[in-house]
Design a protein. Structure first.
Length: 320
C-alpha cells in the first residue's frame, strides 16, 4: 500500500500577463502545512475508487504510468476552487500514490501536464515537490495561442527561485462561503481575455516589487516586508483582472482584504488565485489575534465562512 499526503498553497499572483514582454505568467506562491489531501493506493488489475475526481485522476495516472490499475482511497481533500490548489494537489497525490503502489517513480514534473496541470503556474507542482516559497520562470510569450492547447502539450514552468520560509511565520486564511473561484473552461476564457489586453506597464511595476522587496524579504526572514510586498503583487494583479472579476478583488473579497490589512497583527493581505480565499501574513505569536481579526472580518462583511491558520511547509509531499 502507498500513502501520500500533500498540502495546499497560496498563489500571490503572476509577474507578467502582457504579450508585450518576452516571458508570460511567472507565478509566486508558498506551500502551507494545512489543510491537506491524503490518498492511499494498492495495486490492482483495474481502477477502483468511490471518489469521482480521484477515480478520474487514477484512470489517467495508470495510463501515464503504463500500469494495470489501482484500488484508491481518498481520505482527505482540500476545499475545491477556493484558491488553495485543490485540483493540482489531488491529481499529483493520486499520481504519486499509483506510482508508488506499483514501485514506479512518479516523475511528477514531467507527468503533471498529462493530468492537465502546470499549464500556466508552476507553483502547485513545485509545492508538491519541495514546498517553501517559490517563484517560477513562466513561459516564453511566443508560445501563447488564442486556443487552449491540447492536454499535455506544455512543460511545467521551471523554478526560478525557492526559499525556505521561516518556521515562525503563519498565514491566516479566510474562506468566505460564496461562489467558488473560476476553474476549467471559464478560467481559461478569463485568463486569455486578460492576457490579450493586459497593460505591460503593470508587469514593470511587479518586477520591481519582486526583485527589490519580495525576494529580499523572504531571504532575510522579514515577515512584515514580505507581507506588504506580496499584498502589493496582489493589488497589481487585480488591476489586470478587474474587468473579469468585478474589481481588483472579487466581491466580497475586497472588504475582507481591507479589514485584514488594517490589523496590526497582519502585515499584508490579499486574494489567493481567483479566490475567494483571503490570506494574511502573520507570525506564530500573533496567530490567535490574526484569526480573530479574520473571523470578525467575515462577520462584518456579512458572509459565513471558515478561518484557518497554517504554517509554511518547507518540504514536498510525504510518500510512504
Amino acid at each position: 500500500m502507498a500513502r501520500v499526503s500533500a498540502s495546499g498553497r497560496l498563489h500571490f499572483g503572476f509577474q507578467n500577463l502582457s504579450l508585450a514582454h518576452e516571458r508570460l505568467y511567472g507565478s509566486l506562491g508558498v506551500a502551507l502545512d494545512s489543510p491537506r489531501v491524503v490518498v492511499e493506493a494498492d495495486p490492482a488489475e483495474s481502477v477502483r475508487c468511490d471518489h469521482e475526481r480521484g477515480r478520474a485522476y487514477a484512470e489517467r495516472a495508470t495510463e501515464l504510468l503504463g500500469v494495470s490499475g489501482v484500488e484508491l482511497s481518498v481520505e482527505r481533500t482540500l476545499p475545491r476552487h477556493v484558491g488553495l490548489g485543490s485540483g493540482t494537489q489531488l491529481s499529483l497525490a493520486v499520481l504519486a500514490a499509483v506510482a508508488s503502489a506499483h514501485d514506479r517513480d512518479p516523475h511528477v514534473r514531467e507527468r503533471a501536464p498529462g493530468l492537465d496541470r502546470g499549464g500556466r503556474s508552476g507553483i502547485g507542482v513545485a509545492a508538491f515537490e519541495s514546498g517553501g516559497f517559490v517563484l517560477d520562470a513562466g513561459h516564453p510569450t511566443e508560445r501563447f495561442t488564442s486556443d487552449r492547447p491540447d492536454r499535455g502539450a506544455w512543460s511545467v514552468p521551471s523554478v526560478a527561485a525557492r526559499h525556505e520560509v521561516p518556521d515562525d511565520w503563519r498565514f491566516v486564511v479566510a474562506l468566505p462561503d460564496v461562489e467558488p473561484g473560476r476553474s476549467g473552461t471559464e478560467e481559461e476564457d478569463s485568463m486569455r481575455s486578460v492576457v490579450e489586453r493586459a497593460d505591460p506597464t503593470i508587469a514593470d511595476e511587479i518586477a520591481a516589487v519582486v526583485t527589490r522587496r519580495v525576494l529580499p524579504a523572504v531571504a532575510s526572514g522579514d515577515h512584515e516586508a514580505f507581507g506588504s510586498a506580496v499584498a502589493e503583487i496582489g493589488r497589481l494583479n487585480g488591476a489586470w483582472y478587474a474587468d473579469e472579476q468585478g474589481g481588483v478583488y472579487r466581491p466580497p473579497v475586497g472588504e475582507i482584504v481591507a479589514r485584514l490589512g488594517d490589523s496590526p497583527a497582519i502585515s499584508g493581505a490579499g486574494q489567493s488565485s481567483w479566490g475567494p480565499a483571503v490570506y494574511g501574513v502573520t507570525t506564530r505569536r500573533r496567530a490567535d489575534e490574526a484569526r480573530d481579526v479574520a473571523q470578525q472580518a467575515l462577520v462584518e462583511t456579512g458572509v459565513d465562512g471558515e478561518v484557518l491558520v497554517a504554517g509554511p511547509r518547507n518540504r514536498g509531499a510525504r510518500i510512504d
